[in-house]
Design a protein around this ligand. Sequence first.
Ligand SMILES: CC(C)(COP(=O)(O)OP(=O)(O)OC[C@H]1O[C@@H](n2cnc3c(N)ncnc32)[C@H](O)[C@@H]1OP(=O)(O)O)[C@@H](O)C(=O)NCCC(=O)NCCS
Length: 185
Amino acid sequence: MSTAGNITGMPRDDRSNFTISLNRKQPLLSYRAIEPQDIPQICGFTLSETELFYLSPEADYPLTPAQLRKTSRGRLEPTVVLDDGEVVGFASLYNFRDGETCFIGNVVVRPDRRVRGVGAYLVETMVALAFGKHRFNEVRVSCFNGNITALLLYAKLGFTPYAIEQRRDKRNNTVALMHLKITKR
Ligand SMILES: CC(C)(COP(=O)(O)OP(=O)(O)OC[C@H]1O[C@@H](n2cnc3c(N)ncnc32)[C@H](O)[C@@H]1OP(=O)(O)O)[C@@H](O)C(=O)NCCC(=O)NCCS
């Protein structure tokens, strides 16, 4: 079953049994809240300074457990995706203060498990948690212009752009930060 375009139709959050069949590439994945022992593994998921900038612009490469703990502080639903018990993806929710909207951040998939549907499952799971469990009405993501893979992933899942912001990368080059959103139906 492909879940693209069906985000708001997903089950309400139920950590005890929420396992969905995502698509032809990755038939069975599950998720759970992050546990302390997951943190060092997740730090190894970013392959380069550029990738780390994409998922955590304030962090310095290589990502360390201390940086990940700091960036996760105060966030909602720090969540890992499991494939047969192995941690293969991570994301969390942030900027949720108004109770209406929240952002998905720190989205990352283990390098050797990319392009198999894990990223789509991860983002759909975070959207389902935001709409279902937390009752937000809009979910947003921010994505740098060079990150074509992530932009296409978000577009495939129904996110649409609503703003573009000028930023500087770690080498002081001008980059565009694209803001995208999906609204609860
Ligand atoms: C972005 C990222 C999370 C995608 O994870 P993934 O597991 O590879 O994604 P999926 O396999 O679920 O792909 C879903 C869609 O994303 C897009 N996509 C994924 N990999 C792609 C690639 N190499 N080239 C182009 N599009 C790609 C496609 O639209 C794909 O849909 P399709 O398979 O039907 O064509 C992963 O590449 C990653 O961790 N990147 C580094 C961190 C990062 O950039 N995070 C995002 C911050 S905004």
